[in-house]
Design a protein. Structure first.
Length: 338
């Protein structure tokens, strides 16, 4: 980072929540301090979440209860965005079958539509979002309604949700179940990686630049890329170094950091791939048809950046071999040791 703080290049920082600010119901170490520091410096922040089980005010209250200062207007949710989309397209009072949490029903009501629970109520649309109580009966009603001609909108398609026990099925898994039964995909997917949540946030920055901070390549980072924004991948949630090395172009972040410290500390963040030939003391060579080798020494994050440069250019598929004790330690820290 050449000694410059990453955050100084941006007018607005947009955070994903689960896996970045908190994990389930506990703040991730450093998150409270990071947001407080941003506010203390007078910097604008926003929160964009695909989780459709809470309304913006509830999310703001949750964050504030964790010690993370947040206002309702700073929160953008896929539930609100999806309900707004239907509210703009459907006549007032139109029946919409809601598959999801009570928060999603509330958003549909807020949009001037009528939330219903069965296909017999002739819904003109189905809106599907994450809810911990969603079950087979809900999916069955949605299947009947969609086959009868209802428009099908998904708030998001995250395959998993982070948890203290590891990734658990997310809304994308339930959308996939319904898609399998119907033999087709939703008519519209509103949340990340669709760009609208981030684009909406970025408009608040005016002419200033926006950076998106996320933990998932397939939602946060791809969504930022589709919105034309820079991004920081933090390795505190779902996506790890191995997934990063295999990422297609549309899912590659601008920067990578272990955690939110990278916003302020140049030693805790790296650009990927490196902007020049300097790989921080590391060398990566392809030693065979599929094998590649890491040698040298330096920061673990610089090793990751050097590996990204080769992986994204040459696509080696074999294991990474360490050629120095420091390389072995770096690969272990990055979760890439074999």
């Amino acid at each position: 980072m050449n000694g410059d703080r990453l955050v100084d290049g941006y007018a607005l920082v947009v955070f994903d929540l689960d896996g970045v600010i908190y994990l389930i119901d506990q703040p991730i170490p450093g998150a409270v301090e990071t947001v407080a520091r941003l506010h203390g410096e007078g910097r604008a922040v926003a929160y964009a979440t695909n989780n459709a089980s809470r309304r913006a005010a509830d999310v703001a209250d949750l964050l504030t209860g964790m010690g993370v200062s947040a206002r309702t207007e700073e929160v953008l949710t896929s539930a609100a965005a999806a309900a707004q989309l239907l509210g703009e397209r459907l006549p007032a009072g139109a029946p919409v079958l809601v598959v999801g949490a009570e928060a999603l029903r509330a958003e549909i009501s807020e949009a001037g539509l009528k939330p219903v629970t069965t296909a017999e109520e002739s819904p003109v649309a189905v809106i599907q979002g994450y809810g911990p109580q969603v079950g087979w009966a809900d999916l069955a009603e949605a299947a009947v309604a969609v086959r009868a001609g209802a428009t099908w909108v998904a708030t998001n398609t995250d395959r998993t949700l982070p948890s203290g026990r590891g990734p658990l099925p997310g809304n994308g898994a339930l959308v996939a179940a319904l898609a399998t039964a119907l033999g087709r995909d939703p008519d519209e997917i509103v949340g990340k990686p669709a760009p609208e949540l981030f684009a909406t946030a970025a408009r608040r920055a005016g002419e200033g630049r926006t950076v998106v901070v996320g933990d998932r390549l397939d939602t946060d980072i791809e969504g930022a890329n589709r919105a034309g924004l820079d991004s920081l991948l933090v390795l505190t949630g779902v996506s790890d170094a191995a997934e990063l090395l295999a990422a297609p172009a549309e899912r590659r972040p601008t920067y990578v950091s272990w955690d939110l410290t990278g916003l302020f500390d140049p030693d805790c963040v790296v650009r990927v791939p490196p902007s020049d030939a300097d790989h921080g003391g590391w060398q990566v060579t392809i030693t065979g048809a599929d094998d590649w080798q890491l040698s040298g020494s330096g920061r673990d994050l610089d090793a990751l950046a050097a590996l990204c440069a080769v992986a994204w250019r040459s696509h080696p598929s074999g294991p990474i071999r360490p050629a120095s004790p420091q390389a072995a330690k770096a690969l272990e820290k990055l979760g890439l040791a074999t």
